[in-house]
Design a protein around this ligand. Structure first.
Ligand SMILES: [Zn+2]
Length: 185
């Protein structure tokens, strides 16, 4: 047996255990990234790709290693979240984020408004698009909010997808996950 096979063997032993707990994986910045089996989280720890943030009371052990079963782990290196993990940008999604309210006057939204106008280099991105009513959209025209004297209700942000991701995986959120999910919710 080579030294390299040991983590795999350890993971295999874990896999055959009946209770399959799950662990929340945080980015190096403490942003939630995904939910994995506790077995997978243990492999991340063994490979020194992650460190334990919270652990349950149970102990996981192989012949040589012993870990508390992780419920939250944090990656040692920052992982850039791929673009497709973000919520797709479209009219309906922006209206939903802004609750169908004009972000300038709180009236009923009818249009999308580029905060920094596209003609002036503004991006077509979540952080630069808000829902707006027709009259605010027209009044603002080719100006920025400060130039137009029209402050935004809130700085626009890209919605996060982790809520749906957790449901999609059928995860039962562990009590220790709460604080991390709220951070970016
Ligand atoms: Zn308006």
């Amino acid at each position: 047996m080579t030294r390299n096979t040991e983590p795999r063997l350890a993971a295999h032993h874990w896999y055959r255990r009946p209770a399959m707990a799950q662990a929340l994986v945080l980015n190096a910045t403490y942003e939630p990234l995904s939910v994995v089996s506790a077995r997978r989280a243990v492999v991340l720890l063994i490979n020194r790709k992650a460190e334990i943030v919270h652990a349950g009371e149970e102990l996981w052990s192989s012949e040589r290693l012993r870990f508390p079963v992780p419920t939250v782990v944090r990656l040692r290196r920052y992982v850039k979240v791929p673009y497709h993990r973000r919520v797709p940008l479209n009219r309906r999604a922006v209206f939903a984020r802004d609750r169908h309210r004009c972000q300038y006057c709180a009236g009923t939204a009818e249009n999308l408004d580029h905060v920094l106008p596209r003609s002036r280099g503004g991006d077509h991105a979540w952080e630069n698009i808000v829902a707006a009513c027709r009259s605010c959209n027209a009044r603002k025209g080719n100006r920025t909010p400060p130039e137009a004297g029209m402050p935004l209700a809130a700085a626009p942000r890209a919605p996060r997808r982790h809520g749906r991701m957790l449901i999609g995986l059928g995860a039962q959120p562990h009590p220790t996950w709460g604080a991390y999910l709220e951070l970016t919710g």
